[in-house]
Design a protein around this ligand. Structure first.
Ligand SMILES: *Cc1c(COP(=O)(O)O)cnc(C)c1O
Length: 358
C-alpha cells in the first residue's frame, strides 16, 4: 500500500531495498532484479559475453528456460546427464562434454537440492569456465554452510508463484562481481547507462544518458519489489515447513512398495525442498499412478521432459538418448504436492492414494 501511495510504481526505492535484502540472503555483494527468472538468466548470459560459437553445458533434466537463455544470445546448449539419485547435473558428464568452444556451465539445483558445487567449481576453475547457477528452485538452500547464491559467478533466482518466494513474476541475479552487476543493470534497461562515471561522453550535461549496448525492458516494478520484501521475511519459515513436510513424506512413504524417494538432506546439501520428486520403480506404471492421483484431485506434475526431447530442440538437430539417466529419471518421475500450507491431513491423503494405486 505504501508503494501504491508513493511517487513511484516502478524504478523507485523499493527496488534497491529488495535487492539489498536479496543480496544479504544470497551472501553476495550485489543483486539485480528482473521481470522474470528467465529474463535474469538471459541477462547473465549476456553479461558473461556468451554468443555465437560458444558452448554452454546445461543439465538435460530442467525447465526449458535454462537452455533457452543460451539460445537467446546465439550460443549453443550442450546437454549433460544427471545423477540418478538427486537429478542434479553430473560433474563427470560435464567434464566429458567440454570442448575448445565451452565457455560456461549453467547448473540447476533440481528440486531445491544444491548441485555438487565443489566439483563444478573445480571443473570451472580448471577449464576457465564461468559457473552460472540456475537456482530457480533453491533460494534459501545451503551448501557446506554457504547460502545458494554465493557459490557461483552468477546465480539466478525466480519469483514465480511456485518458487520459494514470489513477486507474481520476477527474478534476480546475485553476484560478487561489480563488472557483471553493472552490465546486468544496463541489460534490464535497454542497455542504457545512467551512472555518470561510466559515460563515454566527457563533460556530459546533466540530462545525459547513454545507450551503450542493446538491452531490453526487463525491469521489476516497485509494487512487485514490495511484495518480494515482505515474502523474503517468510523465506526461512516457509522452507522449514517444506523441510518438515518432506521428512514426513519420507517417513510415511518408505513402506509403500515400488517407490523410489528423493534423498534426504546430506551433511553438505540442505535443500529448499521446492519439489518432492518420487520415482515409480516400474516406469511402465508411471502414467497409471499419475492419472490415479489426478483423478482424485491431487495435483501431481512431472519435472521434467529432458529439454532436448522438446520438438523445438529436436528440430535444431539434437539427437535422442543423449542423456540416458535424465531420460530414465523423467520416465519414472512424479512430483507430489509440497508447499508450506499443505496440511498433515492432505499429506496423509496423498500417501493413502499413492499406497492404494501402487
Ligand atoms: C521457474 C524456472 C525458471 C524460469 O523462471 P521464471 O521466473 O518462470 O522465468 C528457470 N529455470 C528453472 C529450473 C525453473 O524452475
Amino acid at each position: 500500500m505504501n508503494v501504491l501511495r508513493s511517487d513511484f510504481l516502478t524504478q523507485g526505492p523499493a527496488i534497491p531495498a529488495f535487492e539489498k535484502e536479496l543480496a544479504r540472503t544470497a551472501g553476495t555483494r550485489y543483486c539485480a532484479v528482473f521481470s522474470s527468472g528467465t529474463a535474469a538468466l538471459h541477462g547473465a548470459c549476456a553479461a558473461a559475453g556468451l554468443g555465437k560459437g560458444d558452448e554452454v553445458i546445461v543439465p538435460a533434466l530442467t525447465f526449458a528456460a535454462s537452455a533457452n537463455a543460451v539460445l537467446y544470445v546465439g550460443a549453443k546448449p550442450v546437454f549433460a546427464d544427471v545423477d540418478i539419485e538427486t537429478g542434479n547435473i553430473d560433474p563427470h558428464d560435464v567434464e566429458r562434454k567440454i570442448t575448445k568452444r565451452t565457455r560456461s556451465i549453467i547448473s540447476v539445483d533440481y528440486a531445491g537440492r544444491p548441485a555438487d558445487y565443489t566439483a563444478l567449481r573445480r571443473i570451472a576453475k580448471k577449464h576457465k569456465l564461468l559457473l552460472i547457477a540456475d537456482a530457480a528452485h533453491s533460494l534459501g538452500a545451503s551448501y557446506k554452510g554457504r547460502p545458494v547464491g554465493s557459490l557461483a559467478d552468477m546465480t539466478m533466482f525466480s519469483f514465480h508463484p511456485v518458487k520459494s518466494i514470489t513477486t507474481g513474476e520476477g527474478g534476480a541475479i546475485a553476484t560478487n562481481s561489480k563488472e557483471f552487476y553493472i552490465k546486468l543493470l544496463a541489460f534490464r534497461h535497454h542497455g542504457i547507462v545512467k551512472d555518470r562515471t561510466l559515460f563515454k561522453k566527457k563533460h556530459a550535461p546533466a540530462w545525459h544518458q547513454e545507450m551503450q549496448s542493446l538491452g531490453y525492458n526487463y525491469r521489476l516494478t516497485d509494487i512487485q519489489a514490495a511484495l518480494g520484501l515482505s515474502q523474503l521475511k517468510r523465506l526461512r519459515a516457509h522452507i522449514a515447513k517444506r523441510r518438515a513436510l518432506a521428512h514426513r513424506y519420507k517417513k510415511l512413504a518408505s513402506s509403500i512398495p515400488g517407490l523410489i524417494l528423493p534423498p534426504s538432506d546430506s551433511k553438505d546439501a540442505h535443500s529448499a525442498w521446492h519439489l518432492f520428486p518420487i520415482r515409480v520403480a516400474e516406469p511402465s506404471a508411471r502414467a497409471r499412478v499419475f492419472n490415479a492421483l489426478r483423478n482424485v484431485g491431487i495435483a501431481v506434475q512431472v519435472h521434467y521432459l529432458p529439454v532436448y526431447l522438446h520438438p523445438y530442440y529436436q528440430k535444431l538437430g539434437y539427437g535422442k538418448e543423449l542423456c540416458p539417466r535424465a531420460e530414465s529419471f523423467y520416465a519414472s518421475e512424479i512430483s507430489i504436492p509440497l508447499f508450506p500450507d499443505l496440511t498433515l491431513r492432505e499429506q496423509d491423503r496423498v500417501i493413502r492414494e499413492l499406497r492404494k494405486v501402487l
